[in-house]
Design a protein around this ligand. Structure first.
Ligand code: 5GP
Length: 196
């Protein structure tokens, strides 16, 4: 396959996705609430193919919707998958890297945290997420990597909402962003994808 676009994902978005008010694409039937296990592994393998020569040591995402795809990528790359936690829990160590993230879908700011035990300056990290919209989640994860002194290798995203601009802003800064589907426009009747 050429480039990073995954035709099977575009087809699944067209047949199983729905567009909700507020520019939200719902893919709960295969990527979010219910996960198509075989398909998520195909996504993981495609991400691994794109980054196979990059000597990645960790895959990093945010709970909860990024975890499935990040685990699939971690399995295919044979590296651990870390997810940033959104809520402090009793068993969270006190030594954590943190960042504030504004969620456009939930209209609130929350703190994400990763235990210092799991990231170090020796790591080469791939950020993975289900969606890239305004880029707040990815930028929060990038701040955590900066704090840890770890190297960001790039980002692998299942569905980028290209019309929200964050993917192209990150690319303009020289960050490698590979998205398996890029939605350039959507209404409740149609979804238009960016070509290769
Ligand atoms: P960002 O921080 O890039 O604005 O948004 C990324 C996060 O918001 C993703 O991790 C995803 O959970 C959620 N998100 C953003 N847009 C959508 C969308 O259209 N559909 C779904 N299901 N989640 C979205």
């Amino acid at each position: 396959m050429q480039g990073s676009r995954m035709k099977a994902l575009e087809e699944k978005i067209l047949t199983e996705g729905t567009v909700l008010p507020g520019n939200v694409l719902k893919v709960g039937g295969f990527l979010n609430q219910q996960i198509d296990s075989d398909f998520i592994m195909e996504i993981g393998k495609e991400i691994a193919r794109l980054y196979e020569s990059e000597h990645i040591t960790r895959v990093l995402t945010v709970e909860s919707s990024g975890i499935a795809i990040a685990v699939a990528a971690g399995i295919a790359l044979h590296v651990p998958c870390i997810f940033a936690k959104k809520h402090r829990s009793a068993n969270m160590p006190r030594e954590v890297y943190t960042a504030s993230v504004y969620s456009y879908t939930h209209r609130e700011t929350y703190e994400i945290a990763v235990a210092k035990d799991y990231l170090s300056s020796a790591d080469r990290v791939l950020i993975v997420d289900d969606f890239l919209a305004n880029g707040n989640a990815v930028r929060g994860l990038m701040r955590i990597l900066e704090d840890a002194g770890a190297q960001l290798v790039g980002c692998a995203i299942a569905i980028e909402k290209g019309f929200q601009g964050a993917g192209d802003e990150l690319r303009a800064k020289g960050i490698r962003v590979e998205s398996l589907a890029i939605v350039d426009a959507m209404t409740d009747e149609s979804v238009r994808f960016r070509a290769q």
